[in-house]
Write a protein that binds this ligand. Structure first.
Ligand code: G3H
Ligand code: ZN
Length: 281
């Protein structure tokens, strides 16, 4: 079975058994390792995702080599997050490391979003494609949006029918990055979209800063993939700075990054629990 088929199997299981697969962003080897180790320790399926700008930072072949190694762990799946260009989506589809890609045309009008998503879906073959409908607020890397626009369930049905997309990211009031005000989440829309589109995995973007309770409610309402970036990075930095505060004259990067990696791993394990993904592999 290909990694894409395996991932589909676990996304379908998430729909059936009402849990969500954590999809954690990576920017370096240590973050990647923290996700893999958390997945193993919790016996959970996890997605490691990487944005275009993170790929550019590392260089495609460095990123690909690290991700390919991570994907040797059976419950770990690799995904392109917020693919803004069709070229990058295609490059990742061609790569043996990637099980899935996201093509993000959500800032365009519905017709252009449908057309661009369909082009990538046709190119993808057996690999899974995620697309987004509606607007998740805030800023993530090169993705900037002023406010949230909730996904319309009727449009979602048309979008899924006309694109054949495998995984659908929806907007329910979350935002990328750090929340300035308490987010107002509309859990009802999740149920309405599920009703309209049937059994396609639904994704929550901008999940950092949500309480455990908010995450549990989103999963109970039908979310099956939860994207987390900012909080994990913050935790990584916390491990890094706390180590240096305690050991100000230490310059062994392995100890400093090692502590950062441990902090990130522990938070990921907590998120796996909250999302109900523990022992789902
Ligand atoms: O695609 C990635 C996410 O939506 C991450 O959002 O930084 O708010 O956790 P976050
Ligand atoms: Zn996102």
């Amino acid at each position: 079975m290909t990694k894409s088929a395996e991932l589909k199997k676990y996304l379908d299981k998430a729909i059936k058994e009402k849990f969500a697969i954590p999809a954690i962003n990576t920017t370096n080897m240590e973050t990647t390792q923290s996700i893999v180790e958390a997945a193993k320790e919790m016996n959970a399926p996890v997605i490691i995702q990487i944005t275009e700008s993170a790929i550019k930072y590392a260089g495609f072949s460095y990123a690909e080599a690290i991700l390919k190694t991570a994907a040797n762990t059976p419950q770990v799946f690799i995904h392109l997050d917020h693919g803004m260009s069709e070229e990058m989506a295609k490059q990742c589809i061609e790569s043996p490391a990637f099980a899935a890609v996201m093509i993000d045309k959500s800032k365009f009008n519905l017709e252009e979003n449908i057309a661009g998503t369909r082009r990538v879906k046709e190119y993808a073959g057996y690999k899974l494609v995620e697309a987004e409908l509606g607007v998740v607020g805030g800023k993530e890397e090169d993705v900037i949006a002023e406010g949230s626009i909730y996904t319309n369930p009727c449009e979602a049905k048309r979008f899924v029918d006309e694109t054949g997309v495998d995984i659908l990211a929806i907007a329910i009031g979350t935002a990328h990055g750090i929340y300035k005000d308490e987010p107002k989440l509309n859990y009802e829309i999740i149920g309405q979209i599920r009703e309209a589109v049937g059994n396609i995995p639904l994704v929550l973007h901008g999940s950092s800063g949500l309480s455990d309770e908010q995450l549990r409610k989103a999963v109970a309402a039908g979310i099956n993939k939860v994207n987390l970036d900012t909080e994990i990075k913050q935790e990584f930095i916390k491990g890094f700075t706390q180590y240096l505060e305690k050991n100000p004259s230490d310059y062994d990067l392995r100890k400093i990054f090692g502590e950062a990696r441990n902090y990130a791993k522990e938070l990921i394990k907590h998120k796996i629990k909250v999302l109900g993904a523990e022992n789902k592999y």
